[in-house]
Design a protein around this ligand. Sequence first.
Ligand code: XMP
Length: 320
Amino acid sequence: MIKEIAAQQLDTERFIAEKVEEIRGVVGDGMAINALSGGVDSSVVTMLGHRALGDRLKTVFVQNGLMRAGEAEEVTGFFRDLGVPVQVADARDEFFAALKGLTDPEAKREAITQTFYREVFGRMVRESGAKHLLQGTILTDVDETVAGIKRQHNVFEQLGIDPQEAFGYKILEPLIQLRKDGVRKLGETLGLPAGLFERIPFPGPALAARVLGEVTPERVEKIRLATQVVEAKLGGYGAFQYLAILHEDRVTGMRDGRRDFGLQIEVRCWDSLDARTATPTRVPFEVLEQMAQEIVDGVPGVVSVTYNIACKPPSTIEAV
Ligand code: XMP
């Protein structure tokens, strides 16, 4: 049983001091690595890890081909300004090869997990001599995995998987007692710029969590373009998270007076405190209309844009 620390009870200075001690105790005088995706959790764990280990922590941004437009440059830039060097590892071909032909949501999640942990981190750990991987798993990830709702890409121990046996290294999870609101509070104390700790959550499987059906470079590019429109349009409403989803089913549309059996994009925008439950944000209708127009104009092949108005539960935040 993991003991939850609610955001209101979190004494960030004390928590940081304790975790820094813990990380130093476990890693000793060795090396550790961590992957930075640019999401809130991995950004916070990167800062915490650097506080504990300095340049004995090697931070890597894995370019898996599933990231948002400009993400690698933006995230490495943020951290460069904070004095934290980030190495970019290009693993696009490996991820797309692993995802080829898969359509089942859990099979896709599993392929991403294996590619991250076995292939990419496995190689990095061997090359760097690190014995520990530091990662930003939070309590919500564990809850949903244990409940069998979604296999979060970063949960192992609670599923009876020993990372040391499965992948050859140990995993440290200093944020595991927290939820998203607690992680944000911690990020602020650690001196992350608001632009990072206030970022909307972004899932580990990245845009693959938003592509129904096969995840190909072409289909990811469509959702990358739609995501740019959605993030530009929905940023001002205090929402917890907003995203675009590419559906597998096609619908009949028309373009230039001709039938176009085209693609459908679903937009979701959520009000939530900690992602456990969520309700759709009441975005003004004119904004939704403008957004739909920009998506059909900007994303080739799209003829339909819908806005989700169901709550979580029974919906979930991401679609895969
Ligand atoms: P769901 O879709 O389960 O999402 O309602 C809850 C929150 O978790 C994020 N999410 C993930 N984060 N690895 C992550 O690190 C994952 O595999 C994953 N799946 C979902 C999601 O974006 C939302 O904030």
